[in-house]
Design a protein around this ligand. Structure first.
Ligand code: S3P
Length: 159
């Protein structure tokens, strides 16, 4: 399971890691959109952040009850104490990205409603949580998603 701030590369690395490990890949954001039949942006607009978090928690529970997979969690999922408790037994990997780098990867932030606010507070609040929940942290700076997926696969092998 991959955690980290928006723009850490959870989806791109997750897909490659899943291929490397021969496991399916699940992106909880994509699952939420599929279940709701609406984009994340629309879910936020219709039900607010609270509504989105409710959907997110349900999707995470569903994924954890399902078959083994590489799972990319949305950057805000760990704010919820139930989600934190649920993922405790999982092999959680933290993809570390500096805020500046994350923002430059994200660009205009379209489709990420949480970026309507200043991301600095969010980042400072969340970074220690990713580190605490992650079994280990992988730096992403200066590496391609392929390289990062390889590093994670190697670390998991010796796990
Ligand atoms: C969010 C991150 C997004 C998505 C939603 C809320 C957040 O996922 O779940 O827009 O609160 O940080 P990514 O981390 O994949 O961008």
């Amino acid at each position: 399971m991959l955690v980290g701030f928006m723009g850490a590369g959870k989806s791109s690395v997750g897909k490659l890691l899943a291929a490397e490990l021969g496991l399916p890949f699940v992106d909880t954001d994509a699952l939420i959109e599929e279940r709701a039949g609406a984009s994340i942006q629309r879910i936020f607009a219709a039900s607010g952040e609270r509504g989105f978090r409710r959907e997110e928690k349900a999707a995470i529970k569903e994924v954890l009850a399902g078959p083994d997979a590489v799972v990319a969690l949305g950057g805000g999922a760990l704010q919820d104490p139930t989600v934190r408790a649920l993922v405790q037994a999982e092999t959680v990997v933290h993809l570390d990205v500096e805020l500046e780098e994350a923002m430059s990867r994200i660009g205009t932030g379209t489709g990420r409603p949480m970026l309507q606010q200043d991301p600095t507070d969010l980042y400072q609040q969340r970074d220690p949580v990713y580190r605490a929940v992650g079994k280990f942290t992988v730096a992403t700076r200066g590496s391609t998603p392929h390289e990062i997926a390889k590093v994670i696969a190697e670390r998991l092998e010796s796990w």
